[in-house]
Design a protein around this ligand. Sequence first.
Ligand SMILES: Nc1nc2c(ncn2[C@@H]2O[C@H](COP(=O)(O)OP(=O)(O)O)[C@@H](O)[C@H]2O)c(=O)[nH]1
Ligand SMILES: [Mg+2]
Length: 193
Amino acid sequence: MKVTNAEIVISAVSQKQYPNDQLPEIALAGRSNVGKSSFINKLINRKNLARTSSKPGKTQTLNFYKINEAFYFVDVPGYGYAKVSKKEREKWGVMMEEYFQTRETLKAVLLITDIRHEPTRDDIQMYDFLKHFDLPVVIVATKLDKIPKGKRSKHLKRTIQTLQVEQGDIVLPFSAETGEGKEEAWGILKKYL
Ligand SMILES: Nc1nc2c(ncn2[C@@H]2O[C@H](COP(=O)(O)OP(=O)(O)O)[C@@H](O)[C@H]2O)c(=O)[nH]1
Ligand SMILES: [Mg+2]
């Protein structure tokens, strides 16, 4: 996909702020700091349109990025950051339900995990939550560049086993650093858009 135009349209905290131009949407879910924003930036060849940071737990909004006037990437606030108050966590939960339960233009969700580590309980919960809403889920195991080639398949297998990935769901190894998996990612996304 040749991306000629990419812009942030809105950082939304509630449904009434979501764009209503009916374009299809791909959402990205995952732990804080796992690499959601980096994934978007890599796919659209921008260094920093989707804000990346080394400070986890900052993005508490749904960020809608319009790509080529054709679809949206939605960067969903991350989870699993310890220093978040109970109140904030509840607010996050309400936001997630509101979005994933009702968003009709949502075509697929990319669940971003860190290929270096076994998926966390939060990752498992998120996968189950998305499946519960019957949403198509693609698992993107990112930070592939951090794992030597000989160990990659072992790490992938562990991701699949721990999440108990359902038959037919794709698990894509990816690196925002090297661009590995980028063309495959576009190939998968095109099927949903
Ligand atoms: N080595 C490596 N670092 C990455 C990769 N993806 C993200 N990062 C780094 O991980 C940190 C968090 O990334 P970010 O995209 O902001 O995560 P987000 O909180 O999920 O949006 C940043 O320092 C990124 O540079 C990757 O594929 N490889
Ligand atoms: Mg981010």
